[in-house]
Design a protein around this ligand. Structure first.
Ligand code: UTP
Length: 276
Protein backbone atom coordinates (compact mmCIF):
# COMPACT_ATOMS: atom_id res chain seq x y z
CA UNK A 1 0.00 0.00 0.00
CA UNK A 2 2.86 2.37 0.86
CA UNK A 3 5.79 1.27 -1.28
CA UNK A 4 8.18 4.24 -1.11
CA UNK A 5 9.86 6.16 1.66
CA UNK A 6 11.35 9.61 1.09
CA UNK A 7 14.34 10.71 3.15
CA UNK A 8 15.00 14.47 2.97
CA UNK A 9 18.73 14.58 3.70
CA UNK A 10 19.97 17.74 2.04
CA UNK A 11 20.02 20.10 5.02
CA UNK A 12 23.22 21.82 6.16
CA UNK A 13 23.23 20.34 9.68
CA UNK A 14 24.46 23.68 11.00
CA UNK A 15 23.97 22.70 14.64
CA UNK A 16 26.56 19.98 14.20
CA UNK A 17 29.34 22.06 12.70
CA UNK A 18 32.24 21.46 12.38
CA UNK A 19 31.38 17.71 12.21
CA UNK A 20 28.95 18.32 9.34
CA UNK A 21 31.24 20.45 7.18
CA UNK A 22 32.27 17.46 5.04
CA UNK A 23 30.17 14.67 6.61
CA UNK A 24 26.38 14.70 6.09
CA UNK A 25 24.47 15.00 9.37
CA UNK A 26 22.46 11.94 8.33
CA UNK A 27 25.70 9.92 8.23
CA UNK A 28 26.68 10.68 11.83
CA UNK A 29 26.73 7.36 13.70
CA UNK A 30 24.91 6.26 16.82
CA UNK A 31 27.35 3.56 17.94
CA UNK A 32 28.51 2.05 14.62
CA UNK A 33 25.48 2.83 12.44
CA UNK A 34 24.71 6.07 10.59
CA UNK A 35 21.40 7.77 11.46
CA UNK A 36 20.15 7.28 7.91
CA UNK A 37 20.67 3.51 8.11
CA UNK A 38 18.46 3.36 11.22
CA UNK A 39 15.78 5.17 9.20
CA UNK A 40 16.14 2.84 6.21
CA UNK A 41 15.89 -0.19 8.51
CA UNK A 42 12.71 1.25 10.05
CA UNK A 43 11.21 1.62 6.55
CA UNK A 44 12.24 -1.93 5.59
CA UNK A 45 10.64 -3.32 8.74
CA UNK A 46 7.43 -1.50 7.73
CA UNK A 47 7.46 -3.46 4.46
CA UNK A 48 8.86 -0.66 2.26
CA UNK A 49 11.44 -1.56 -0.37
CA UNK A 50 12.00 1.68 -2.31
CA UNK A 51 14.09 4.33 -0.57
CA UNK A 52 14.04 7.75 -2.24
CA UNK A 53 16.74 10.01 -0.86
CA UNK A 54 16.95 13.78 -1.35
CA UNK A 55 20.61 14.71 -1.13
CA UNK A 56 22.61 17.82 -1.89
CA UNK A 57 26.14 19.06 -2.40
CA UNK A 58 28.68 17.28 -0.20
CA UNK A 59 26.40 14.32 0.47
CA UNK A 60 27.89 11.71 -1.87
CA UNK A 61 28.91 9.45 1.01
CA UNK A 62 25.19 8.61 1.38
CA UNK A 63 25.17 6.99 -2.07
CA UNK A 64 28.42 5.16 -1.38
CA UNK A 65 27.08 3.85 1.92
CA UNK A 66 24.11 2.12 0.28
CA UNK A 67 26.19 0.57 -2.50
CA UNK A 68 28.62 -2.33 -2.80
CA UNK A 69 32.24 -1.64 -1.99
CA UNK A 70 34.13 -4.25 -3.98
CA UNK A 71 37.56 -3.31 -2.65
CA UNK A 72 36.47 -3.55 0.98
CA UNK A 73 34.53 -6.75 0.34
CA UNK A 74 37.44 -8.49 -1.35
CA UNK A 75 39.82 -7.31 1.41
CA UNK A 76 37.57 -8.72 4.14
CA UNK A 77 36.39 -11.83 2.30
CA UNK A 78 37.43 -14.99 4.12
CA UNK A 79 38.93 -13.07 7.07
CA UNK A 80 37.71 -12.92 10.67
CA UNK A 81 36.46 -9.37 9.99
CA UNK A 82 34.05 -10.30 7.20
CA UNK A 83 31.05 -10.26 9.56
CA UNK A 84 31.41 -6.48 10.04
CA UNK A 85 29.92 -6.05 6.57
CA UNK A 86 26.89 -8.30 7.03
CA UNK A 87 24.54 -5.70 8.51
CA UNK A 88 24.86 -3.13 5.72
CA UNK A 89 24.95 -5.83 3.00
CA UNK A 90 21.63 -7.09 4.31
CA UNK A 91 20.08 -3.59 4.05
CA UNK A 92 21.42 -3.12 0.50
CA UNK A 93 19.93 -6.46 -0.57
CA UNK A 94 16.49 -5.70 0.86
CA UNK A 95 15.93 -2.28 -0.73
CA UNK A 96 16.50 -0.16 -3.82
CA UNK A 97 17.86 3.36 -3.51
CA UNK A 98 17.12 6.30 -5.77
CA UNK A 99 18.44 9.83 -5.40
CA UNK A 100 17.67 13.37 -6.40
CA UNK A 101 19.66 16.45 -5.46
CA UNK A 102 18.07 19.53 -3.92
CA UNK A 103 19.92 22.40 -5.54
CA UNK A 104 18.94 25.10 -3.08
CA UNK A 105 18.20 24.26 0.55
CA UNK A 106 14.82 25.98 0.73
CA UNK A 107 13.40 23.99 3.61
CA UNK A 108 11.73 20.65 4.33
CA UNK A 109 8.65 21.37 2.18
CA UNK A 110 10.92 22.17 -0.76
CA UNK A 111 13.00 19.04 -0.13
CA UNK A 112 9.82 16.91 -0.23
CA UNK A 113 8.71 18.59 -3.46
CA UNK A 114 12.18 17.89 -4.89
CA UNK A 115 11.50 14.20 -4.24
CA UNK A 116 8.36 14.16 -6.41
CA UNK A 117 10.03 12.58 -9.49
CA UNK A 118 11.12 9.65 -7.30
CA UNK A 119 7.67 9.18 -5.76
CA UNK A 120 5.15 9.86 -8.54
CA UNK A 121 1.42 9.84 -7.92
CA UNK A 122 1.10 7.55 -4.90
CA UNK A 123 0.95 7.91 -1.11
CA UNK A 124 4.39 7.73 0.47
CA UNK A 125 6.20 7.76 3.78
CA UNK A 126 8.72 10.37 4.92
CA UNK A 127 11.44 9.78 7.50
CA UNK A 128 13.68 12.53 8.86
CA UNK A 129 16.65 10.42 9.86
CA UNK A 130 17.81 12.85 12.52
CA UNK A 131 14.69 11.94 14.51
CA UNK A 132 15.82 8.53 15.70
CA UNK A 133 13.04 6.34 17.11
CA UNK A 134 13.18 3.20 19.18
CA UNK A 135 10.07 1.08 19.73
CA UNK A 136 9.56 -2.13 21.65
CA UNK A 137 7.44 -3.76 18.96
CA UNK A 138 6.42 -2.28 15.60
CA UNK A 139 8.49 0.71 14.43
CA UNK A 140 6.83 4.14 14.17
CA UNK A 141 6.33 3.89 10.41
CA UNK A 142 4.76 0.45 10.69
CA UNK A 143 2.36 1.79 13.34
CA UNK A 144 1.45 4.68 11.01
CA UNK A 145 0.87 2.43 8.01
CA UNK A 146 -1.67 0.46 10.03
CA UNK A 147 -3.59 3.72 10.61
CA UNK A 148 -3.22 4.74 6.96
CA UNK A 149 -4.92 1.48 5.92
CA UNK A 150 -8.04 2.62 7.75
CA UNK A 151 -8.13 6.37 7.05
CA UNK A 152 -6.22 6.72 3.73
CA UNK A 153 -5.19 10.33 4.38
CA UNK A 154 -2.01 12.14 5.41
CA UNK A 155 -0.72 11.21 8.86
CA UNK A 156 1.79 13.00 11.08
CA UNK A 157 3.47 11.37 14.09
CA UNK A 158 3.24 13.52 17.20
CA UNK A 159 4.75 13.66 20.66
CA UNK A 160 3.97 15.83 23.67
CA UNK A 161 6.83 18.23 24.35
CA UNK A 162 7.39 20.66 27.24
CA UNK A 163 5.90 24.14 26.65
CA UNK A 164 9.39 25.61 26.65
CA UNK A 165 10.18 23.58 23.49
CA UNK A 166 7.14 24.21 21.28
CA UNK A 167 9.08 26.91 19.39
CA UNK A 168 11.25 24.16 17.84
CA UNK A 169 8.40 22.21 16.21
CA UNK A 170 5.31 22.24 14.04
CA UNK A 171 2.51 22.15 16.62
CA UNK A 172 -0.95 20.68 15.98
CA UNK A 173 -4.37 21.50 17.34
CA UNK A 174 -6.50 18.39 17.15
CA UNK A 175 -9.61 16.48 18.22
CA UNK A 176 -9.57 12.85 19.35
CA UNK A 177 -11.27 10.44 16.96
CA UNK A 178 -13.88 8.35 18.83
CA UNK A 179 -12.31 9.31 22.19
CA UNK A 180 -9.09 7.65 21.10
CA UNK A 181 -6.03 8.42 23.21
CA UNK A 182 -3.64 8.34 20.29
CA UNK A 183 -5.48 9.11 17.00
CA UNK A 184 -6.64 12.68 16.33
CA UNK A 185 -8.12 14.79 13.54
CA UNK A 186 -5.87 17.80 12.95
CA UNK A 187 -7.85 21.06 12.88
CA UNK A 188 -4.96 23.53 12.86
CA UNK A 189 -1.19 23.61 12.89
CA UNK A 190 1.45 26.26 13.46
CA UNK A 191 5.15 26.10 12.66
CA UNK A 192 7.41 26.98 15.61
CA UNK A 193 4.93 29.00 17.73
CA UNK A 194 5.95 30.89 20.85
CA UNK A 195 4.77 29.11 24.05
CA UNK A 196 2.19 31.91 24.45
CA UNK A 197 0.66 31.39 21.00
CA UNK A 198 0.91 27.63 20.86
CA UNK A 199 -2.44 25.84 20.45
CA UNK A 200 -1.11 22.74 22.29
CA UNK A 201 2.10 20.95 23.16
CA UNK A 202 1.61 18.21 20.54
CA UNK A 203 4.66 18.42 18.30
CA UNK A 204 5.09 16.89 14.84
CA UNK A 205 8.14 14.65 14.71
CA UNK A 206 10.03 13.39 11.68
CA UNK A 207 7.63 10.71 10.46
CA UNK A 208 4.88 11.37 7.92
CA UNK A 209 2.63 9.54 5.53
CA UNK A 210 1.60 11.91 2.77
CA UNK A 211 -0.96 11.63 0.01
CA UNK A 212 0.41 12.76 -3.37
CA UNK A 213 -1.83 15.84 -3.65
CA UNK A 214 0.71 17.35 -1.22
CA UNK A 215 2.99 18.06 -4.22
CA UNK A 216 0.51 20.40 -5.93
CA UNK A 217 -0.13 22.13 -2.62
CA UNK A 218 3.61 22.55 -1.99
CA UNK A 219 4.08 24.10 -5.43
CA UNK A 220 1.75 26.93 -4.38
CA UNK A 221 3.22 27.56 -0.91
CA UNK A 222 5.21 30.77 -0.53
CA UNK A 223 8.47 30.78 1.42
CA UNK A 224 8.18 31.95 5.05
CA UNK A 225 10.13 34.77 6.75
CA UNK A 226 13.29 32.63 6.69
CA UNK A 227 12.84 31.91 2.95
CA UNK A 228 11.91 28.26 3.61
CA UNK A 229 8.96 26.33 2.22
CA UNK A 230 7.40 24.61 5.21
CA UNK A 231 5.69 21.22 5.01
CA UNK A 232 3.47 22.40 7.90
CA UNK A 233 1.86 25.01 5.61
CA UNK A 234 1.02 22.36 3.00
CA UNK A 235 -0.33 19.99 5.66
CA UNK A 236 -2.49 22.78 7.03
CA UNK A 237 -4.15 23.10 3.62
CA UNK A 238 -4.91 19.35 3.70
CA UNK A 239 -6.06 19.58 7.33
CA UNK A 240 -8.59 22.28 6.42
CA UNK A 241 -10.35 19.68 4.28
CA UNK A 242 -10.26 17.25 7.21
CA UNK A 243 -7.56 15.12 5.62
CA UNK A 244 -4.78 14.99 8.21
CA UNK A 245 -4.53 12.66 11.18
CA UNK A 246 -2.10 13.08 14.06
CA UNK A 247 -0.90 9.89 15.68
CA UNK A 248 0.72 9.73 19.10
CA UNK A 249 3.18 6.93 18.40
CA UNK A 250 4.32 4.27 20.86
CA UNK A 251 8.03 4.48 21.42
CA UNK A 252 10.92 6.79 22.19
CA UNK A 253 12.31 9.56 19.99
CA UNK A 254 15.68 11.26 20.08
CA UNK A 255 16.30 14.55 18.29
CA UNK A 256 19.72 13.71 16.91
CA UNK A 257 19.86 16.97 14.92
CA UNK A 258 20.80 18.55 18.22
CA UNK A 259 23.91 17.68 20.26
CA UNK A 260 21.92 17.11 23.44
CA UNK A 261 19.55 14.60 21.81
CA UNK A 262 22.43 12.96 19.98
CA UNK A 263 24.30 12.29 23.23
CA UNK A 264 21.11 10.96 24.87
CA UNK A 265 20.55 8.61 21.91
CA UNK A 266 24.15 7.39 22.04
CA UNK A 267 23.84 6.63 25.76
CA UNK A 268 20.45 4.96 25.30
CA UNK A 269 21.65 2.64 22.53
CA UNK A 270 24.94 1.93 24.31
CA UNK A 271 22.96 0.81 27.36
CA UNK A 272 20.57 -1.21 25.21
CA UNK A 273 23.52 -3.01 23.60
CA UNK A 274 25.14 -3.56 27.00
CA UNK A 275 28.18 -1.45 26.09
CA UNK A 276 27.88 0.81 29.14
P1 UTP B 1 16.53 20.32 9.91
O1 UTP B 1 16.16 21.74 9.92
O2 UTP B 1 16.50 19.55 11.19
O3 UTP B 1 17.98 20.07 9.30
O4 UTP B 1 15.69 19.60 8.80
P2 UTP B 1 19.14 21.06 8.95
O5 UTP B 1 18.62 22.28 8.27
O6 UTP B 1 20.12 20.22 8.22
O7 UTP B 1 19.71 21.37 10.43
P3 UTP B 1 20.30 22.71 11.05
O8 UTP B 1 19.11 23.44 11.59
O9 UTP B 1 21.04 23.44 9.95
O10 UTP B 1 21.21 22.22 12.15
C1 UTP B 1 15.05 18.35 8.98
C2 UTP B 1 15.41 17.39 7.84
O11 UTP B 1 15.11 17.98 6.58
C3 UTP B 1 16.23 17.97 5.72
C4 UTP B 1 17.45 17.83 6.64
O12 UTP B 1 18.51 17.18 5.95
C5 UTP B 1 16.91 17.03 7.80
O13 UTP B 1 17.00 15.64 7.56
N1 UTP B 1 16.24 19.20 4.92
C6 UTP B 1 16.07 20.40 5.51
C7 UTP B 1 16.43 19.10 3.55
O14 UTP B 1 16.60 17.99 3.00
N2 UTP B 1 16.46 20.24 2.82
C8 UTP B 1 16.29 21.48 3.37
O15 UTP B 1 16.31 22.49 2.63
C9 UTP B 1 16.10 21.55 4.77
Amino acid sequence: MISKCLFPAAGYGTRFLPATKAVPKEMLPILTKPLLQYGVEEAISAGIKNMAIVTGRGKRSIEDHFDNSFELESQLSGTSKEHYLYEIKDVIEKATFTYVRQQEMLGLGHAILTGEPLIGNEPFAVILADDLCDCDNAGVLQQMIEIYKKYECSIVAIEEVPNSEVHKYGIVECKAINNSEDIFHVTNMIEKPSPKNSPSNMAIIGRYILTPDIFNILRKISPDHSSEIQITDALLAQAKSGNVIAYKFKGKRFDCGDVNGYVKATNFFARKEGII
